[in-house]
Design a protein around this ligand. Structure first.
Ligand code: PHE
Length: 295
């Protein structure tokens, strides 16, 4: 609107307008400076690291409960002087059955119990006992070994899994007796389950031991008074054992007149279920972190 003013007033107005413009620019400059500083202060405050705050724990892996119990079992026997031996999961009929004195028509050789492979004569071992044969073929007495590992049976319910773990034991020397076997297994049970743990040896049968026994430990849930888990007997079966059968010694060229020995085989899942009070074996193999992280 400068053009609408009389000529003599124009320079005055121009001057005034310039002054106002200078002032506004100065104010804007000052304010934007203040805002920049404020913004910087706020972002420094928001991003400040408190080095005294506790950190966030990263999730940490741990051993599977079966491996924890397996480790514990191994440690107990190693402390008694046993060495650890291993054998293959895929076995031949000879190592799994024949050399262990199973007759050709024994029910364990049935398809219902054993996973046979397509290749003639091969199978998934049904127990860790074949490791006894493999060790005795290579080593002369004295022998004291345990053999931990996976075994496979055509079986599945709350207390049976088609794959589970066993620990085999074998001790061969001069004058080894059934009393020695009882002493070793009692000491083992007391170390795994506590000093007051009672065991019970029941006569049983295995083709590769004579005499044979099954060993129960007093039910740890009811301390022997009888409950659902021990089927009101007060006892839970945890292993099979016996004195090495002379026919087995002959199969590996050890003289049964000169040497005697004992063997045992225990179910690791059974022992772990007892130790931790777990009533369904399938929990071990479902891989649920909520279950596994409790151990
Ligand atoms: N191999 C037997 C089983 O799986 C257990 C056993 C091992 C029994 C050694 C006697 C001696 O049932």
């Amino acid at each position: 609107k400068v053009g609408e003013l009389p000529q003599e007033e124009r320079p005055q107005l121009g001057k005034r307008v310039n002054e106002i413009k200078e002032r506004l620019l100065a104010l804007i400059d000052q304010r934007s400076q203040e805002l920049k500083i404020k913004e910087l202060e706020e972002s420094v405050a928001a991003e400040r690291i408190d080095i005294t705050m506790p950190g966030i724990r990263p999730p940490r892996a741990q051993f599977h409960p079966i491996n924890q119990v397996l480790q514990e079992i191994n440690d107990i026997f190693v402390s008694m002087g046993f060495k650890i031996a291993t054998g293959p999961d895929i076995e031949t009929d000879y190592y799994n059955f024949g050399a262990l004195n199973f007759p050709p028509d024994h029910p364990a050789r049935d398809l219902q119990d054993t996973f046979f492979l397509k290749r003639e004569g091969l199978l998934l071992r049904t127990h860790t006992s074949p490791v006894q044969i493999r060790v005795m073929q290579k080593q002369r007495p004295p022998i004291a070994i345990i053999a931990p590992g996976k075994v496979f049976r055509c079986d599945a319910d709350v207390s049976h899994s088609p794959m589970f773990h066993q620990v085999e034991g074998l001790l061969v020397d001069h004058n080894v007796s059934f009393a020695n076997l009882k002493a070793v297994l009692n000491a083992f049970a007391q170390q795994l389950f506590g000093k007051e743990t009672q065991t019970r040896f029941r006569p049983s049968f295995f083709p590769f031991t004579e005499p044979s026994a099954e060993v129960d430990i007093q039910c740890i849930f009811c301390r022997g008074s009888g409950c659902r888990i021990c089927q009101h007997t007060g006892w839970i079966e945890v292993l099979g054992c016996g004195m090495v059968h002379p026919a087995v010694f002959e199969n590996v060229n050890i003289n049964p007149q000169e040497y005697s020995g004992f063997a045992f085989g225990m179910g690791v899942e059974r022992l772990a279920m007892l130790k931790y009070g777990i009533n369904d074996i399938r929990l071990f193999f479902e891989g649920d972190i909520r279950f596994l992280s409790q151990f």
